[in-house]
Write a protein that binds this ligand. Structure first.
Ligand SMILES: Cc1cc2nc3c(=O)[nH]c(=O)nc-3n(C[C@H](O)[C@H](O)[C@H](O)COP(=O)(O)OP(=O)(O)OC[C@H]3O[C@@H](n4cnc5c(N)ncnc54)[C@H](O)[C@@H]3O)c2cc1C
Length: 347
C-alpha cells in the first residue's frame, strides 16, 4: 500500500445519531475502520430527550443520552474513530472516484461516504419552548404520547403529520387541543375528518402559540394562545390553556444542505435513495436515518437503515477495485500524487 492509499478512508460517516453510530458499528465490525464525523453536538436528537421506552432491548426504558453513549461506545469498541466536529463541505465524486470531505480546513478522502445527518424538527420559537423541551414540550407524539395518559395536551400544526399525531395522542391524553394558525389546513380532507371525528380532539383555529409556561417545578403547565385576528393591543386576544403536554408538529428540516446539488433530494430536501437500498445517485455514497425518512422517524428505524447503509457500503467496497490506480482516480492524478510524495521525501 502506498503512502497515497494510507490517506484514504474506506468509509467516512457524517452524522452521529442512531443511524450514524449503527453504520459505524457494522462497518467497524467489518474491519473497515470507519471515521465518524459526529458533529460538535454528537449523539443526535435523542440527546434532547429523557426516557426512551420504545427502543428494543431495554425493558425498563433508557434515558436518551445514555442510549447514545452506549451506541457510541459499542462502535468504538470495534475500532471506530471519531472527529467531534462538523463536516463543513463535501465534494462527492461522480463515477466511483474518491469523495472529499472537509472538517474546517482539514481535507479527508474516502472511497465511500455514509450520510446520516438527520432531520431537525421545526421549532415555533416562542418563549418557554426551549426551556420546557422534554419537560412537557415534545416534537414526537409516537415517542412521548404514552407519558401523557389521562392528561390535557395540545398539538400545534395543520398538516397530515399534525393530524396523525393528534389521532395517536387522543388514545392516551384526556384531551387534545389541535391548534393551527389558520382556519384552513394543509392536511388532506380524510385526515381532517378522522381527527374531527374523535371525541377528545378539539380544533382551535386560528390561533398562534404566544408562550409556554411552567408550573414552578420546571414542567409545562400552561400554554397561552393568541388570536392572529385580534385587536393588536393584546386585550381579549389571549387564550389560556392548562396543558401538561404540548406537541409541536410543524414539520422537519432535513440536514441535507451539506450535499445540496450533489445528491438527489426531494422537494423537501430529504435525500433520495434507490428502491429499498441506501444508495444515492452518487456511486459509493449512501444515506440513512431521518435524512431520508419522511414517514417513520424513529430511533430504531434510523438504526435499521444505518445497518443497511453499512452493508451497502461494505458490498460496494468489496465489488469495486481495491487499487486506486485501477478505479478511484485517473492515472494523471495518481502520477501527480506520486511525484508529489517523491518530492516531499526528497526535501
Ligand atoms: C424530543 C424527541 C424525542 C424523541 N424520542 C424518541 C423516542 O422515544 N423513541 C424513538 O424511537 N425516537 C425518538 N425520537 C426520534 C429519534 O430521535 C430520531 O428518529 C432519530 O434520532 C433519528 O436518527 P438519525 O441518526 O437519523 O439522526 P439524528 O438523531 O438527528 O442525528 C444526526 C446527527 O448528525 C449530526 N450532523 C448533522 N449535520 C452534520 C455535519 N455537517 N457534520 C457532522 N454531524 C452532523 C447532527 O448534529 C446529529 O447529531 C425523538 C425525537 C425528538 C426530537
Amino acid at each position: 500500500m502506498s503512502q497515497h492509499d494510507q490517506d484514504i478512508e474506506d468509509v467516512i460517516i457524517v452524522g452521529s445519531g442512531p443511524a450514524g453510530y449503527t453504520a459505524a458499528l457494522y462497518t467497524s465490525r467489518a474491519d473497515l475502520k470507519p471515521l465518524v464525523i459526529e458533529g460538535f453536538l454528537w449523539g443526535g436528537l435523542l440527546q434532547q430527550t429523557t426516557e426512551v421506552e420504545n427502543y428494543p432491548g431495554f425493558r425498563d426504558g433508557i434515558m436518551g443520552p445514555a442510549l447514545m453513549s452506549e451506541l457510541r461506545a459499542q462502535s468504538e469498541r470495534f475500532g471506530t474513530r471519531f472527529i467531534t466536529d462538523e463536516a463543513t463541505r463535501v465534494e462527492l465524486a461522480r463515477d466511483g472516484g474518491l469523495h472529499r470531505v472537509w472538517v474546517g480546513g482539514r481535507e479527508l478522502r474516502a472511497r465511500s461516504v455514509i450520510l446520516a445527518m438527520g432531520a431537525e424538527p421545526r421549532k415555533l420559537g416562542v418563549p418557554g419552548e426551549q426551556e420546557l423541551a422534554a419537560r412537557g414540550v415534545s416534537y414526537c407524539a409516537t415517542c412521548d404520547a404514552a407519558f401523557f395518559r389521562d392528561k390535557p395536551t395540545l398539538i400545534v400544526g395543520g398538516g397530515d403529520s399534525a393530524m396523525e399525531e393528534a389521532i395517536f395522542l387522543s388514545k392516551f391524553a384526556s384531551e387534545v387541543k389541535l391548534v393551527h394558525r389558520r382556519d384552513e389546513f394543509r392536511a388532506s380532507q380524510i385526515m381532517i375528518d378522522r381527527a374531527r371525528g374523535i371525541e377528545n380532539i378539539e380544533f382551535l383555529t386560528p390561533y398562534l402559540v404566544d408562550r409556554f409556561e411552567e408550573d414552578g417545578g420546571g414542567s409545562l403547565s400552561r400554554a397561552v394562545l393568541r388570536s392572529p385576528n385580534g385587536s393588536g393591543d393584546g386585550s381579549g386576544d389571549l387564550l389560556d390553556l392548562e396543558v401538561v403536554g404540548a406537541f409541536i408538529a410543524v414539520g422537519h428540516q432535513p440536514n441535507s444542505a451539506l450535499v445540496e446539488g450533489q445528491v438527489e433530494t426531494d422537494e423537501d430536501g430529504y435525500v433520495l435513495t434507490e428502491g429499498k437500498s441506501t444508495r444515492t445517485n452518487r456511486e459509493g455514497v449512501f444515506a440513512a436515518g431521518d435524512l431520508v425518512d419522511h414517514t417513520y422517524r424513529q430511533a430504531v428505524t434510523a438504526a435499521g437503515t444505518g445497518c443497511q447503509a453499512a452493508l451497502d457500503a461494505e458490498r460496494y467496497l468489496r465489488d469495486a477495485p481495491t487499487s486506486i490506480e485501477g478505479h478511484w482516480v485517473s492515472h494523471d492524478e495518481v502520477d501527480a500524487a506520486t511525484a508529489g510524495a517523491g518530492a516531499e521525501a526528497a526535501a
